[in-house]
Design a protein. Structure first.
Length: 167
């Protein structure tokens, strides 16, 4: 690297890039980047880690096993925070389970009442949780919107065909 070098962006006597990653981009006479051009067209190098991640890696280097052992000791001694930390690392996060639910077929927006009645009955009966019921309701609503859009498109095409036949 060139030290103590004078860089004059206006006179364009800046030193050449040290590598292909340092590509010079066009600047205004005031030294600002031209609008629409990146100051770093090559982007961040692959595998580049931020400052905090490098510090954490340095601090934990070699001490991970001892730290893990200590946390497990605290957990075995009954420390609730250590127990929760260990449990969260051992058990995978719970994913949504598939919901099996008898819902009457929906072929028109008028059928949504029967479908939503089935979802509500399943929630009230404890077959599915309220959160699962809300998710099923979203699916039903999306399906009904698709039916409405399809119906609207069909009616619009029929009107356009009638209008074209009249003219």
């Amino acid at each position: 690297m060139i030290e103590n070098a004078t860089v004059d962006l206006i006179e364009e006597n800046s030193p050449p890039p040290e590598s292909d990653l340092q590509i010079q981009v066009e600047r205004t006479p005031q030294g600002r980047f031209v609008k629409g051009q990146s100051g770093n067209p090559a982007g961040k190098p692959l595998g580049c880690r931020n400052h905090v991640a490098r510090i954490v890696d340095t601090l934990l280097e070699g001490g991970v096993e001892e730290l893990t052992r200590r946390v497990m000791e605290f957990a075995f001694d009954g420390d609730p925070t250590a127990m929760r930390l260990c449990f969260e690392r051992i058990v995978a996060p719970r994913r949504a389970r598939p919901v099996e639910l008898e819902v009457p077929p929906i072929t028109s927006p008028a059928d949504i009442t029967a479908a939503m009645a089935a979802v509500t009955a399943a929630v009230v009966g404890g077959v599915i949780t309220p959160a699962e019921g809300a998710e099923v309701a979203k699916v039903v609503d999306t399906y009904v919107r698709a039916i409405e859009a399809s119906d609207f498109d069909r009616r619009l095409k029929a009107l356009e065909a009638d209008y074209a036949a009249e003219n």
